[in-house]
Design a protein around this ligand. Sequence first.
Ligand code: CP
Length: 321
Amino acid sequence: MSASAETAILKTSHLLGIEGLSIEEIVGLLDLADTYVALNRAAEKKSALLKGRTLINLFFEASTRTQSSFELAGKRLGADVLNMSVRTSSVTKGETLLDTAATLNAMRPDILVVRHYDSGAAELLARKLDCSVVNAGDGSHEHPTQALLDALTIRRRRGSFEGLIVAICGDVLHSRVARSNIHLLAKLGARVRLIAPKTLLPSDAERFGVEIFTDMRKGLAGVDIVMMLRLQLERMTGAFVPSTREYFRFYGLDREKLALAKPGALVMHPGPMNRGVEIDSTVADDIEVSLIQEQVEMGVAMRMAVLDALARGLARGGRNT
Ligand code: CP
């Protein structure tokens, strides 16, 4: 596939969030990612689509799935990939996010993938730099590629989103994954339920147009997909739950609670999981119901699709000068 020969999928040269994407852009990315699932399952996984292009991963927060899948995605598409190690960089000497990014930008990368603990960090860089910027998670704001890979996973299993009931359960308050998924699922026609204790729900959660439940057993009734979230302890400034044991009792997904969902309901989790806190191993490891490993596989395909879509913009206009 040649980037220059293909039509545009994304209207802008960055991917900063789901909120600003149109349904056409989302469906375009899902369709493109489907083609990369097949490539990733072949023995020969390489394409030369991004040959000569440079991708930099700049992660200020820990990551296993997102960073490694962007690295693999870039390499499988033929790009030169640099994983910037923030912990051994001049950030430790006080260099700011903007100065760090501007320094890397001067090395003329084409795409910068950034994860940062501040909401809005990716957008700030997109305004200041002349390369494409991908948000790999900014504070508790958005994690667009996670929602896109989740949607790819759901669409491949269920075919369509129309009328599907998806419950997003757990620490919604601190979750960028929840925010991106709420936007995306609503755009594609799914019904979204949020299930969480009051302390872990945003005070203005109703504005998302979702149904809200504080009783997990009631909230799971009739649900097609149960999406579990981790307690984001790193973003908590105090105690939001009495204890993890108590939390598991009321909000942890085990076989007994899953049985309240629609027969055949599927379970998702963006990872990393905390077993015995928000999910029981008997559910997480049951390949009949758990899509967790499939989500990881779809992550590489979706990130290839995102890089491909951004490369089409680069092929049209070069760097965003
Ligand atoms: N889901 C997710 O973002 O996982 P990582 O933190 O491992 O990248």
